[in-house]
Design a binder for this molecule. Structure first.
Ligand code: MTE
Ligand code: MO
Length: 319
């Protein structure tokens, strides 16, 4: 039987995840000893950036000093359910996605709705910003993203006074995303297309990034090519990949994960170590590549910059 509305992750997967990483570390150790080099090098993904280079200016003010996660981990350990539900699926099937031609429709409650071609989006002044991405599964990575503030793009379409939210929609095309096929093995956990959303003030916050690259190159397909959103103070699933539409609305958008499991994945999904997921703790995280778990920080370390957006809100209710 296909379980159509399965919650995002089973508690057992969280455990498997740790075992998997320990196995990888063991393999890496074995490689260092030259015991199993052929096995370690068998993966399809490159160990160093090998895509098209992308120029950008480093924004130190908006970067954390942490050491970036190895490129190979950031491109082979992914959540992108359009390609399948296993961490290896996105890098395995990423070649099916065609990131050109591509455009993003920006419409809804705006005075100047329009379509942006990807080449035009690449002409915005690009910055490199090192952010950590904290997944709701309690692991994190540090990634040098390349992009620009979403506010710069939204200003061009002139949001109306009635606009309160932005809805982000990912491409729906089962030919490019095998995980969207009705016949997909195991069924899918979410309804397609993948939809995410932010309140307009969150969307306009200078930390919220339209992202077109990472590690000095264009975004690899498995990381959301050619255009994704990155919202560093929220759990990773708020950062929708391969975006084709941004729609400004008065009503709060219905997000894919809220529809799939509302008691587990709320609209806000701010990183908050004091609010556990119903099936596991959010107090600590495993930084990919590190051995010890670290304490998770409120708003993923951005409390000074973003806490004021939620003044007066009960963050336990608005999880
Ligand atoms: N369209 C789409 N966007 C998505 C997802 C997805 O399954 N589909 N997964 C999310 C989750 S759960 C995480 S943690 C991040 C992972 O981003 P990364 O693979 O670049 O690290 O992407 C988010 N964006
Ligand atoms: Mo995630």
């Amino acid at each position: 039987m296909l379980i159509k509305r399965a919650p995002m992750f089973k508690a057992s997967e969280i455990t498997d995840d740790r075992l998997y990483l320990n196995r990888r570390e063991f393999m890496a150790g074995a490689a260092a000893l030259a015991l199993a080099p052929s096995i370690v090098s068998a993966g399809a993904a490159a160990s160093a950036p090998d895509g098209k280079a992308l120029q950008s200016t480093k924004n130190e003010k908006f970067s954390i000093p942490d050491k970036p996660t190895p490129f190979k981990d950031a491109t082979t350990y992914n959540n992108f359910y359009e390609f399948g539900m296993d961490k290896e699926d996105p890098s395995k099937y990423a070649h099916l996605l065609k990131p050109r031609p591509w455009s993003v429709q920006v419409d809804g409650l705006v005075h100047k709705p329009r379509r942006f071609d990807v080449e035009e989006i690449l002409r915005f002044p690009l910055e490199e910003r090192v952010y950590s991405l904290r997944c709701v599964e309690a692991w994190s990575m540090v990634i040098p993203w390349i992009g620009f503030p979403l506010a710069n793009l939204l200003k061009q379409v002139e949001p109306m006074g009635t606009a309160k939210f932005v809805e982000f929609t990912t491409l729906k095309d089962p030919e490019q995303f095998p995980g969207q096929k009705p016949s997909f093995f195991g069924g899918s956990a979410v309804e397609w297309p993948y939809v995410e959303g932010l309140r307009l003030d969150e969307a306009m916050h200078p930390l919220t990034l339209v992202t077109v690259g990472m590690y000095g190159q264009v975004l690899p397909n498995q990381n959301g090519a050619p255009i994704r959103i990155v919202v560093p103070w929220k759990y990773g699933f708020k950062s929708g990949k391969s975006i084709v539409r941004m729609r400004l609305t008065e009503e709060q958008p219905k997000t894919a994960w809220e529809k799939a499991a509302p008691q587990e994945y709320g609209f806000y999904s701010n990183v908050n170590p004091t609010v556990d997921h119903p099936r596991w703790s959010q107090a600590t995280e495993r930084r990919i590549g590190e051995f010890m778990r670290r304490k998770t920080l409120m708003f993923n370390g951005y409390a000074d910059q973003v806490a004021s957006l939620y003044a007066g809100m009960d963050l336990k209710k608005n999880y």
